[in-house]
Design a protein around this ligand. Structure first.
Ligand SMILES: [Zn+2]
Length: 366
């Protein structure tokens, strides 16, 4: 009985820590390799995907299970899976990373898309962007604003994860395509003149408001070709896409050459479109910290983080192996804070039985 009580107390302390202090964005210069001096007991340096990572010994056992599952598929090597960087224990953090009970995999290219703590105001802007991209390229609503919602009745956790992985992967590709169209005006012109593109560009959640203006005041050119969309309107669509880029990143993106005003589909004059000015995102409560945008590349700290690269590079086999080993995926298992694609963690109450560890009761080695 005393052991059980101890386990419950430890579980409770970990659970409370996670509730009160949501996951924090990884530090810019976290260690990618942990040495024993940076990994005090009961944490330990373990090997996952043939890379070193510092985690709690209980968490290491779960990674070993995932590693075994991946080995059986010939995928237990980071390079085979395209994984660049693992981050486990982070000293001083009050999230599960501070307890060595979480890992982030390729944080740069698998960002925390939405629902980060203290950012509900930013989330409202982000949801509009994810929705516009999904409707414009896929013709369906985005799942991103709804991550963490109840899963389908009778659906297993694994089935839910597999299904959501697939729709997230679609939206990640759609985001890449969306911003290619922003860059390449003639391609956008072509797309909105296909039957599918013509329908989707007129959806209220995409660009209907921009087209309505043109259709209310048709030019001579438009009267001649009632179904055609002018270059001027195409550039207005691109300006909205550029605004979406800034909402996601907080920064200007690639230079955007305007389409010529006369002949549709041909780039001519060197006139550039300008990105809107951006203010830092407002957090719900500044006393609790600043908000950060999901694709903020923080200088060169997150190589590869760009909407042009989408938001999901984790292989499905990797995600499912980690879920099969008993971990939660931050994309969908964190309730109302779900949306953290890089993140996997455990709040396993049985971990307390193999250790007398208490949070923050050690002094880090110098
Ligand atoms: Zn994390």
């Amino acid at each position: 009985m005393p052991l059980l009580i101890l386990a419950l107390i430890l579980y409770s302390s970990v659970a409370q820590a996670n509730v009160r202090f949501p996951h924090q964005t990884p530090p810019v210069t976290g260690p990618s390799k942990a040495s024993p001096s940076e990994c005090p007991p009961p944490l330990s340096v373990t090997i996952f995907l043939r890379k070193q990572i510092c985690v709690h010994i209980c968490f290491a056992e779960k990674l070993a299970v995932a590693n075994k599952l991946l080995e059986q598929q010939g995928l237990a090597d980071a390079s085979t899976l395209g994984v660049q960087r693992l981050t486990g224990f982070r000293y001083g953090q009050t999230s599960l990373h501070g307890h060595g009970m979480a890992i982030d995999i390729d944080a740069a290219t698998n960002p925390y898309l939405i629902h980060e703590g203290n950012e509900t105001r930013l989330d409202e802007e982000l949801a509009v962007v994810y929705e516009r991209i999904a409707q414009f390229l896929l013709g369906r609503p985005s799942v991103v604003p709804h991550l963490g919602a109840e899963r389908h009745i009778k659906e297993t956790h694994r089935a839910s994860a597999a299904r959501l992985y697939d729709v997230l992967a679609q939206e990640s590709v759609a985001m890449q395509h969306y911003f290619v169209l922003m860059k390449e005006g003639p391609q956008l012109w072509e797309y909105v003149h296909t039957p599918l593109g013509s329908h989707r560009v007129r959806l209220p959640s995409t660009f209907l408001s921009l087209l309505s203006k043109e259709e209310e005041n048709p030019s001579q050119e438009r009267k001649a070709a009632a179904t055609s969309i002018s270059n001027l309107t195409i550039d207005q669509i691109r300006l909205r896409m550029m605004s979406d880029w800034v909402t996601l990143t907080g920064q200007e993106g690639p230079s955007i050459l305007a389409l010529p005003r006369a002949n549709a589909g041909v780039t001519g004059e060197n006139v550039y479109l300008y990105y809107p000015q951006v203010a830092p995102p407002a957090s719900d409560n500044p006393a609790k910290g600043e908000a950060d945008r999901p694709f903020d590349s923080k200088g060169k700290a997150y190589p590869g983080r760009s909407p042009l690269n989408g938001f999901l590079t984790l292989r499905k086999e990797l995600v499912l192996a980690l879920i099969d080993s008993g971990l939660r995926w931050g994309a969908l298992d964190l309730g109302h804070t779900s949306g953290d694609l890089m993140h996997f963690d455990s709040r396993d109450a049985t971990c307390g039985r193999i250790s007398t560890w208490k949070p923050f009761d050690y002094v880090p080695f110098s």
